[in-house]
Design a protein around this ligand. Structure first.
Ligand code: OAD
Length: 246
């Protein structure tokens, strides 16, 4: 891949790199995105499956959907994009990885200190008392999992439509955006806020902003550089280029 000369110059001098990822990063692992033509929201109703109202109206339906998604995620693996991003972290002293994904594939590829903006599908918590249940506990074998502390309804530890993001995560993400010399935005349609605001914060604070996405998105016109490739193709090459600059 022939990278743009401004991009190469900025990589050469970058001291602080942030990468923000979305569902597209996991597409090459076989996990469906949300808004592509064959995406989850073209087949399923987010109001029924990813909102508190939906959970309260039909808890069993929401759980059967999440169990299905967990089984897909458990039976897949990180792809070369995830692995290359984890390698880049090892090479850059000041590095942040922010993700909107709940699949934990970045962590399985070796990324550390991942800032999860939308929670994750591995943990659950009690809707009523807030107790956290980490990992795939036997509680989840029940069709309607109940909290051992209060008997309340357990729900996936993800952020649903209309809910606030975890405050610590969004704060860390904003700081990372402010500090970054280069800010990559990868595999996201940039239609969901506040995540979509992070590259704007980064650019306003002097970062060179780069989109990695095979398609044009809501934020493409704001970018300094667009790499029109998939994540699993682009990131191994970005990694190789970074190695030549060290
Ligand atoms: P979307 O489904 O909205 O966007 C996926 C993006 O990935 C699109 O722009 C695709 O062009 C791009 N894409 C597809 N394959 C790719 C590949 N192999 N490499 C790189 N890019 C690729 O997913 P998100 O933007 O992540 O939130 O969605 C944001 C949030 O909306 C999700 O976290 C979820 C959803 O509703 C919640 O559930 C709260």
């Amino acid at each position: 891949m022939n990278f743009d000369k401004n991009f190469k110059a900025r990589i050469n001098t970058a001291k602080d790199v942030t990468i923000l990822t979305g569902a597209g990063v996991s597409a090459e692992s076989g996990i469906a995105t949300f808004r592509d033509p064959d995406g989850l929201w073209s087949k399923f109703n987010p109001a029924e499956l990813a909102s508190i109202d939906g959970f309260l109206a039909n808890t069993e339906l929401v759980w059967s959907w999440y169990r299905h998604r967990v089984s897909i995620i458990e039976n897949t693996s990180p792809n070369p994009g995830h692995y290359a991003i984890a390698e880049i972290q090892k090479l850059i002293k000041s590095f942040n990885l922010i993700t909107q994904n709940v699949d934990r594939l970045h962590q399985r590829a070796g990324s550390e200190n991942v800032i999860e903006l939308h929670g994750n599908i591995v943990n659950n918590h009690c809707f009523d008392c807030g107790d956290i249940f980490e990992g795939n506990t036997s509680l989840l074998n029940n069709i309607l999992p109940k909290c051992v502390s209060c008997g309340g309804r357990i729900r996936p530890d993800v952020v649903w439509f209309g809910e606030m993001l975890p405050q610590q995560a969004i704060k860390k993400a904003e700081i990372a955006a402010i500090k970054a010399d280069i800010f990559f935005i990868v595999g996201t349609s940039s239609e969901v806020y506040p995540a979509a605001n992070l590259p704007i914060i980064a650019k306003q604070n002097g970062a060179f902003v780069v989109e990695v996405n095979p398609k044009q998105t809501a934020i493409s016109n704001y970018m300094d550089y667009c790499i029109r490739e998939t994540s699993a193709v682009a990131f191994p090459q970005i990694l190789e280029f970074i190695k030549t600059t060290l």
